[in-house]
Design a protein around this ligand. Structure first.
Ligand SMILES: Nc1ncnc2c1ncn2[C@@H]1O[C@H](COP(=O)(O)OP(=O)(O)OP(=O)(O)O)[C@@H](O)[C@H]1O
Ligand SMILES: O=C(O)c1ccc[n+]([C@@H]2O[C@H](COP(=O)([O-])O)[C@@H](O)[C@H]2O)c1
Length: 196
């Protein structure tokens, strides 16, 4: 049997329940054997703003996914020097998991809408099937990747963003239940998001 692998890329600054619910629902709908969360190294589309150290974002992703036997975390994007491009992520995933693995790249509606501006967009669909998930406040539409290969799916709607979580911590407001308990504790322990 070919292994069906989901790849959930994100900056995860911090990881929140919107990410986890989307990954879990897609794993269910597409009968995925595993979902590999891949924190970005240098997210070039977020260059104008402050991003937490990659090791903090990696550790938060490990903490948030540890209890799910189908979830794992890869360091490929944070260990590759330079800006993070999904074309490189998917090539590396293919190398690691071999020619028989079926790759499914999972993305929210907002990220999917930008996909034609990603590096080597016309090659992306050769490397994975793309799955676009609904996200409150964003329209979900097929971006028209050359060659197709995009599925649009509805996932339980959670109007949570990492930006809102960071802003709430800065303002001294609670993020309990927006992020897993271990992430609240990690943010406090490391003093993340306390200054802008
Ligand atoms: N609430 C959500 N529901 C569905 N998909 C989501 C949700 N939040 C994020 N995603 C998707 O998860 C992926 C990683 O998102 P990312 O780490 O940039 O989080 P974010 O909340 O969008 O962050 P920020 O607010 O800092 O831009 C993207 O494909 C994004 O569209
Ligand atoms: O390949 C690109 O050019 C590209 C441009 C923007 C975003 N991405 C990827 O899309 C995923 C979500 O990104 P972000 O910035 O919304 O956290 C993450 O895996 C990024 O590496 C990829």
């Amino acid at each position: 049997m070919r292994r069906r692998l989901g790849v959930m890329g994100g900056t995860f600054d911090p990881i929140h329940h919107g990410h986890l619910v989307a990954a879990s629902e897609v794993a269910h709908l597409f009968a995925l054997d595993e979902v590999i969360f891949v924190p970005t190294g240098q997210p070039w589309m977020k260059e104008g703003r402050k991003t937490s150290p990659a090791e903090d974002r990696y550790l938060m992703t490990v903490i948030a996914t540890a209890s799910n036997p189908r979830f794992s975390v890869s360091r490929v994007d944070i260990d590759r020097p330079g800006k993070t491009y999904t074309i490189d992520t998917l090539r590396e995933m293919r190398e690691i998991h071999g020619p028989d693995a079926e790759l499914f790249f999972i993305t929210g509606a907002d990220a999917l809408a930008e996909i034609l501006s990603w590096r080597d967009a016309d090659e992306l669909f050769n490397l994975a099937h793309f799955i676009g998930c609904t996200r409150p406040g964003h329209n979900l539409a097929d971006p028209g990747l050359p060659g197709g290969g995009v599925s649009l799916v509805e996932v339980p709607a959670l109007a949570i963003s990492s930006t809102e979580c960071r802003e709430r911590v800065l303002a001294g407001e609670p993020v309990w239940y927006l992020v897993p308990d271990g992430i609240v504790q990690y943010i406090n322990k490391r003093g993340l998001y306390r200054d802008d």
